[in-house]
Design a protein around this ligand. Sequence first.
Ligand SMILES: [Zn+2]
Length: 295
Amino acid sequence: MQTLRDVLQQAQQRGAAVGHFNISDLVLLKAVFEAAQELRVPVIVGASEGERAFMGVRQIAALVKSLREEFNFPIFLNADHTHSLAKAEEAAKAGFDAIVFDHSALPVEENVRKTKEAVVALKAIHPSILIEGEIGDIGTGSEIHEAASDLSKGLTTAEEARQFVEATGVDILAPAVGNVHGMLRSMVRGEAKKHLDIERIAEIKRAARVPLTLHGGSGTDDDDFRRAINAGINIVHINTELRVAWRRGLEGSLAKRPDEVVPYKIFPSVIESVKHVAGSRLRLFNGNGLIAQAV
Ligand SMILES: [Zn+2]
């Protein structure tokens, strides 16, 4: 079975990015897995601290492992935005493939010190685990925001990226390149799109020389995604768009069947609603002509 490191290298060579989708229940997990399976592309499932607290750290790990083993399929598990070493160690011990160790809100020297410490401690638990560090400001909350926040002062520079990767030993870097967590209402309605600083991504890639993750991908312009992947993005995170599809799917399903109480009759159309979004993003990230070679 391929490791996540292998999959990232192959994505880089193919000019593709691996889709990363957050889950907080079995409906989201099934939708993401089925979308990836149908397209035959590798996929990463992510769970933030809140999502892990809801599902259970070891329980999520067991579910993803069972899919990987039963279907011999490259589905990987990431501990998204982890803000303490204790929580990161808990995920490493449960068998997560990767951890986003996020102290980007701290002054950069402190972020470097804590991230470096975490890399050493987590690799002692699992030498093959991949650690992602984060610098710059990409906002918080994969939900619908009322107003756009000005993150222009928190954009990552190529020099900061190079120094951070060298000083910490992280395997993957999450930079701030115009991306932002969550979506505005206008984006949910499809009237506005996020745009990325492609030149900055290319400069960071040349300086940092590690796989790059784009957080806050929901609502981003399709062409910006293609250009960002060409410039060196290897993982793209989508969460809010899936959550919107989950809610819309559930509202639709309940409205259609006002007297239905059987969960396994209510949820299949919710899975379809989420799967539609995950599949469309996976097709884009993997490039239409490359799908068949991926898995
Ligand atoms: Zn994120």
